[in-house]
Design a protein around this ligand. Sequence first.
Ligand SMILES: Nc1nc2c(ncn2[C@@H]2O[C@H](COP(=O)(O)OP(=O)(O)OP(=O)(O)O)[C@@H](O)[C@H]2O)c(=O)[nH]1
Ligand SMILES: [K+]
Ligand SMILES: [Mg+2]
Length: 399
Amino acid sequence: MGIIEKIREIEAEMARTQKNKATEYHLGQLKAKIAKLRTQLLEPPKGSSGGGEGFEVTKFGHGRVALIGFPSVGKSTLLTMLTGTHSEAASYEFTTLTCIPGIIHYNDTKIQLLDLPGIIEGASEGKGRGRQVIAVAKSSDIVLMVLDASKSEGHRQILTSELEAVGLRLNKRPPQIYFKKKKTGGISFNSTLPLTHVDEKLCYQILHEYKIHNAEVLFREDATVDDLIDVIEGNRKYMKCVYVYNKIDVIGIDDVDKLARQPSSVVISCNLKLNFDRLLAKMWEEMGLVRVYTKPQGQQPDFADPVVLSADRGGCTVEDFCNHIHRSLVKDVKYVLVWGISARHYPQHCGLGHVLQDEDVVQIVKKKEKEEGGRGRFKSHTTATARIADREKKAPLKT
Ligand SMILES: Nc1nc2c(ncn2[C@@H]2O[C@H](COP(=O)(O)OP(=O)(O)OP(=O)(O)O)[C@@H](O)[C@H]2O)c(=O)[nH]1
Ligand SMILES: [K+]
Ligand SMILES: [Mg+2]
């Protein structure tokens, strides 16, 4: 029996089983079995070189955003409009067959936007180009899930399930469960609060399913069995997702209003070029990029070319900033001067561990170098923000 058939069989058994206190343990065990099979499904086939499953598109820019959605929801139309790179769009499904990269210029940064083939139900199990598309989604910083505003609301759920089946977790944080395998000592099960979904017996059973007999487990929140399985599997990817409802030109205003009020959602129309500003602002917010402007001693900061950091990718400390400029820089740094949101006063003397925030201005003071005097001193970060706001006005976003 193939892996997919095995999964089907267990799913059927779960559907047959009534949910109550008595079947809870059995159901938990079945969930763990499915999770194990799905992980197996993701492993590269024997004999292949491993990896290489996604479309080969080189990473570029300060962040990567993937357009995921059913066929013909308008992904390619959106890529063309936001980046100026042409991606074929047409009224028939599966117009796009590969991954097409474009670049969004936003807030002095370059963000790589990827157009992808449409995915369909069953994508996680290899239908269509599903697995390749999902591999690209995993390699991205955030996902824009593009939905047709005129189609069933259920599409969002189906797509979410497809992505969950391969270990993606959208707009969730990792479960607060401490888990550590041990060599001996049996299983120690503890919690810092009363649990309503999982008890010691259920936890033992799940661990047993994974052939884990020695481990420390500490629940720091009232987590579910699915959360526990996620922690044991350990290969989940937690990602931000913005739900983009396109084609609002073909639905009524009441429906538009309803969709727009959903969490993490933006409504747009490519045909009417509607609400792109909002979409880009939301995308930017979710990416959490941190722009840091370098200020050479005695000169104005260089506002054209920020160093772009991210907490998810490499971190946002002064040390990360220095490493970005040059790997050997850190050892020469005496301290840095920081203007901006992260500074308590301007300028603040900071060490390597200081965490920078978006639009901070940093001057590096090297060992054996004197700090600059009062004259020509750069005063306030508000200059940075004002200058950027001003520029936005003069040259609005490229859409
Ligand atoms: N009414 C309306 N139609 C749109 C809008 N955006 C795109 N379309 C149309 O929807 C159809 C599909 O657009 P595509 O950009 O090819 O969609 P896709 O998601 O890339 O499709 P696949 O590559 O086949 O998965 C085209 O006929 C577009 O003109 C919109 O905002 N409103
Ligand atoms: K299409
Ligand atoms: Mg397309």
